[in-house]
Design a protein around this ligand. Structure first.
Ligand SMILES: [Fe+2]
Length: 194
């Protein structure tokens, strides 16, 4: 069954309409490639040549995780790209107090994590260690912790901000953090039993 793209209306004050629309085109590209990957692996897996050095099967399996993660991370990012200043909810206040010593300290660490990332910065709840962590990913499929549940996602690929901010990534991060829809983050946190 084909993966279908969600529609995300433009309603953010973090990036311009042009930046947002171009980003959506990239997202739809991941959907197309994920569907092509599933079809290829289902109809022409070429099991007889599978090996760890490279080739057909390995290449498509690498594309599978890259595109699926690309889809999921973008959808979570588009959902938490906000348009106004709100306040973190009870659970987020509690988590940042417990694991970072306060919301402002968490924000300082998230900003450093985003500044250092080439791909994604993710605030996640890591279920094995029962801890809240800011996680740095350089690619969709490199850096994620297997049991980390994403709560807040920031796209730090240059394609996410360069049209609007150029090399001033600090302003992009600041604007993002000033417009987080904390009700959405709180709902994600409430999906977990901790
Ligand atoms: Fe992106």
């Amino acid at each position: 069954m084909d993966i279908t793209a969600f529609q995300f209306p433009y309603k953010t004050s973090v990036v311009s309409r042009k930046q947002f629309d171009d980003h959506m085109t990239l997202y739809e590209g991941y959907i197309k490639m994920a569907n092509l990957t599933d079809k290829t692996l289902a109809t022409q897996p070429e099991y007889d040549t599978a090996n760890a050095s490279g080739g057909h099967y390995r290449g498509w399996k690498k594309t599978e995780t890259y595109t699926i993660n690309g889809i999921i991370l973008h959808e979570l990012y588009f959902q938490n790209l906000g348009s106004e200043t709100t306040s973190p909810g009870k659970k987020m206040q509690s988590l940042t107090n417990k694991f970072y010593g306060g919301f402002d300290k968490w924000k300082e660490d998230f900003t450093a994590c985003a500044t250092s990332a080439r791909g994604w910065c993710i605030l996640a709840y890591e279920q094995r260690t029962a801890s809240c962590r800011n996680i740095l990913l350089d690619f969709h499929d490199v850096g994620q912790i297997a049991t980390a549940f994403p709560l807040l996602i920031l796209d730090m690929y240059e394609h996410a901000y360069f049209l609007d901010y150029g090399t001033d990534k600090a302003s992009y991060i600041t604007r993002f953090l000033e417009n987080v829809p904390w009700d959405i983050v709180e709902k994600r946190a409430n999906l977990l039993a901790f």
